[in-house]
Design a protein around this ligand. Structure first.
Ligand SMILES: [Cu+2]
Length: 252
């Protein structure tokens, strides 16, 4: 009896209560962090830098390997948002390895300029202000940390606060006036928080313009018969082994 009453005495149980409260607090904090870790989203096509870390296509990425969807920073880029040199990590110290910028550090996805689809995989469908896509300028230096002045906007989708589906697809026209290694930055501004998500995509642009420029001019070839839908090509020299596409108003 006396022992039971002593145990229930709150003043004598202060260490126990404090330990209990602390445990509860830690449990709450871990629940909040677990929710944050499972929240948000990443660009799965073309695979982003962080998603390639998750897929072990990019290696030695640190923690982002486990959290490709967690690149959350302040919204309002480029006026606000992560500082220059920290854009590709969303300004998150935990993921600063993503800011490493050299011509060879990251795996590149081959991409043709023109119409492309960018696909986000969301783990939480936050109400959305807008989605924007930037690309490095023609004269960018792939061996220097990326600054906002290296980037130019090429595509915007405004959602006006709507809640997106878990898979979001955007069709955008990627500039066709540049080739080789470029970085595309996708931003997702959340409507009802101060935050946004930042996704870098490393691409190797192969534009048809440059492909045509680099190929030799067809020789020994002549067209004798043309109709509205058909152009007959005759080779003057039968040794021709090349394949040619005939363009009319840029359409094959
Ligand atoms: Cu989230």
């Amino acid at each position: 009896m006396i022992q039971t009453r002593t145990l229930l005495n709150p003043f004598k149980s202060v260490p126990f209560l404090a330990a209990f409260a602390m445990t509860l607090l830690l449990a709450l904090i871990s629940v909040v962090f677990a929710q944050q870790a499972s929240a948000h989203g990443y660009i799965e096509s073309p695979k982003s830098r962080s998603y390639k870390c998750n897929q072990l296509i990019n290696v030695n990425c640190g923690q982002v390997q486990y959290n490709p969807h967690d690149l959350e920073g302040l919204k309002g880029f480029p006026a606000a948002g992560p500082a220059d040199g920290q854009i590709t990590s969303a300004g998150r110290g935990t993921y600063s390895v993503l800011n490493t910028q050299t011509a060879t550090r990251w795996d590149k996805t081959t991409l043709s300029g023109g119409q492309n689809t960018f696909s986000w995989h969301l783990t939480t469908a936050h109400a959305t202000t807008n989605w924007k896509y930037y690309i490095t300028k023609k004269n960018w230096d792939p061996n220097q940390p990326i600054k906002r002045s290296d980037l130019e906007l090429f595509c915007t989708y405004n959602d006006g606060g709507a809640k997106p589906p878990m898979k979001v697809n955007h069709t955008c026209n990627v500039p066709t006036d540049r080739t080789g290694y470029h970085v595309i930055l996708g931003t997702w501004d959340v409507f009802d928080t101060n935050n946004a998500f930042y996704q870098a995509i490393d691409v190797n642009l192969t534009n048809s313009v440059s492909a045509l420029e680099s190929s030799s001019t067809p020789g020994n070839i002549a067209s004798i018969v043309q109709s509205l839908n058909n152009v007959a090509l005759n080779t003057v020299n039968t040794n021709i082994t090349s394949y040619y596409e005939v363009f009319h108003n840029t359409t094959v």
